[in-house]
Structures are given as structure tokens and as C-alpha cells.
Ligand binder design. Structure first.
Ligand code: CUA
Length: 325
């Protein structure tokens, strides 16, 4: 491969992220003040350090080209050059970067007011709770645009890490500890988050989304999700609910007004979720049936066992769960 080909290839690889049309998981496309501050600091450091890198390479190249003969007199550049470029300039530069990064820490300080959301990491999904409205959900965090959201992060088992690149930096979720954190989205949209701390077999498939809604849509969402699911209106839905208990789904899952276990995700609004299995499958009838029948091949090692239902039972259960919007 010629040098030109290599350069073209390298440029292609570097530019590739720029070709993705929707930047729903990107640190260089900030959508909130916290991410914007981090992105700004990142670009600042990247540019300054690139300049330093190029100057050092240039000096290195000059040193090679103009190397003195073995027996020649001592180099023309004396101690002063070494003191200035080796001690004074790097010190000024590092202190400047330190000041800018300390300033960013001040900007990133948690605001006093905002809507509270508790998020707990599990192997390998995210439990989400709105204490002011008593809403339980999973793997999706709905937030209003333009308002800080105060998160209380913890873990039920091992250390996970909460990271929505478009909205914030990372923060660990530690068992037995509540870590305060905040995010804010200034543009409506769906932003993807990802566990950023290796936590076992399905770490890479421990995803979630933050859905940023316009304030009035968010108020509607809150009102909607506070409702208790209606009684089954048809025989099929009634049968589905009976199978929910017969198949022991209630041992691990909660549905508001129906069952209360919190081993697995809350299912009160499962029919309106965007994904299944913490972001691995689109939420539709086929995927939901497949997941319930046997989730292990889809997400090996997760805590949900296969269900061994007859197909008519499985379909009734899926119909019931899909009705829970
Ligand atoms: Cu949870 Cu990695």
C-alpha cells in the first residue's frame, strides 16, 4: 500500500463518524449545557495539544536533519533553549489547561433545582423511578427540554457507569451509594446511553435512551404514566393477565395495581417502550413473544428464565402486555 493510499484510508476512518446522520450517541454533538462544556474543553485541549505535537515533531525533524558531526563543537542552542522550551513553556501550558479544566468543574456543578429521577443499574438493565410522581419504568428516561434533571444514581449489584454522551460525562453507579448527577437536554430528541464500566457478560448490551420532550408533552407523559392500567376489556386480555400470574411473571415484575416484585423491569407501560432487553430489540409483537419464550439466546446470562408456554398462552400474554401502554 502506498503512503498516499494509507493517508486516504486514515482520513476516511477519521471522517467516518461525521457521516452518521443522526448523532444520538456522540460526545462532539452536545445537546445540553453539561455536554457542551465538556465538548468545548475537549476541543480546546485537542487543538492546543495538536499544535504542541506538531511543533515537537518539527523540532525532532530539524534535529535529525541538522545533526552535528561526531567531532563537531557543542550545539549552537544552549541551556536557555532547554529551560524555556522544556520547563517554562510546558509549565505555562499545563497550568493554563488546569485552570480551564477547573473552571469546567465549576460550570458542571449540580444546579439547585430540577426534576428528580432515581436510576439504579442492574445486570444488565436500568431501573428508573420518578419519586415526585411515583412512576416506575425501565431503560428509558423521559425528561423535559430545557430543565435540569437531578439524577440519583446507584446500583443493585456491581459497579455500572451512567453515560449519555450527548448530554453528560460519565459517572459510576456504586452499590450502597447514591451518586448525585445532573443532565439537561436543550433539544427534543432520543439520545442513547450506554453502561461505561465493564460489568459482566452483557455489559456492551446494557443500553438505554433519554427521551427529551417539549415541556407540555412531558407533562402529558407524567399524567399518562401515573395512571393505573385499566381492567382487561376482552376475554383475550383477561386470559393474558391470568397467564401473567400462572407463568409466575409476577414473582419478578411489577405492574401498577397488579404485582409488586422488582427483580426485573417494571411492566406497567411495557407496551409503550421503544425497546426490549435494555436496547437490544425493537419493541414489537414478534420480539416480545420471542423474548418471553426464551430470552437467553437473545441476551445470554440475563436473569430471565425461559417460559415454556403453549403458543396460544404466549400470544394471550403478549396481547395483554402490549395493551399496557
Ligand atoms: Cu453495566 Cu457495564
Amino acid at each position: 500500500m502506498t503512503a498516499v493510499c494509507r493517508l486516504v484510508l486514515l482520513a476516511g476512518v477519521l471522517l467516518l463518524p461525521g457521516c452518521v446522520r443522526e448523532h444520538i450517541q456522540s460526545v462532539v454533538h452536545p445537546v445540553g449545557p453539561q455536554a457542551a462544556e465538556i465538548a468545548w474543553l475537549w476541543w480546546f485541549m485537542f487543538i492546543v495539544l495538536t499544535v504542541v505535537f506538531v511543533i515537537v515533531l518539527l523540532l525532532f525533524w530539524i534535529a535529525i536533519v541538522r545533526r552535528p558531526a561526531a567531532a563537531a563543537s557543542p550545539p549552537a542552542l544552549g541551556n536557555r533553549f532547554i529551560v524555556i522550551s522544556g520547563i517554562v513553556l510546558p509549565s505555562i501550558l499545563l497550568v493554563t489547561l488546569l485552570i480551564f479544566s477547573a473552571n469546567s468543574s465549576v460550570v458542571l456543578r449540580r444546579p439547585a433545582e430540577g426534576i428528580s429521577v432515581r436510576v439504579q443499574g442492574h445486570l444488565w438493565w436500568w431501573e428508573v423511578y420518578y419519586p415526585e410522581h411515583d412512576i416506575h419504568t425501565a431503560n428509558e428516561i423521559h425528561i423535559p427540554v430545557g430543565r435540569p434533571v437531578l439524577l440519583e444514581l446507584t446500583s443493585a449489584d456491581v459497579i455500572h457507569s451512567f453515560w449519555v454522551p450527548n448530554l453528560s460525562g460519565k459517572i459510576d453507579m456504586v452499590p450502597g451509594q447514591k451518586n448525585p448527577f445532573w443532565i439537561q437536554a436543550d433539544k427534543p430528541g432520543v439520545y442513547r446511553g450506554q453502561c461505561a464500566e465493564y460489568c459482566g457478560l452483557q455489559h456492551a448490551l446494557m443500553a438505554f435512551v433519554v427521551v427529551a420532550l417539549a415541556p407540555e408533552e412531558f407533562e402529558e407523559w407524567l399524567a399518562d404514566k401515573q395512571k393505573t392500567p385499566a381492567q382487561p376489556a376482552t376475554a383475550e386480555l383477561q386470559r393474558g393477565r391470568e397467564i401473567y400470574f400462572a407463568a409466575s411473571c409476577d414473582n419478578c415484575h411489577a405492574i401498577r395495581g397488579i404485582s409488586e416484585a422488582r427483580v426485573g423491569p417494571d411492566l406497567t407501560h411495557i407496551g409503550s417502550r421503544l425497546s426490549l432487553g435494555a436496547g437490544i430489540l425493537r419493541n414489537n409483537r414478534g420480539n416480545l413473544a420471542g423474548w418471553i419464550a426464551n430470552p437467553q439466546p437473545l441476551k445470554p446470562g440475563n436473569r430471565m428464565p425461559p417460559s415454556y408456554l403453549r403458543s396460544d398462552e404466549l400470544m394471550a400474554l403478549v396481547t395483554y402486555l402490549e395493551s399496557l401502554k
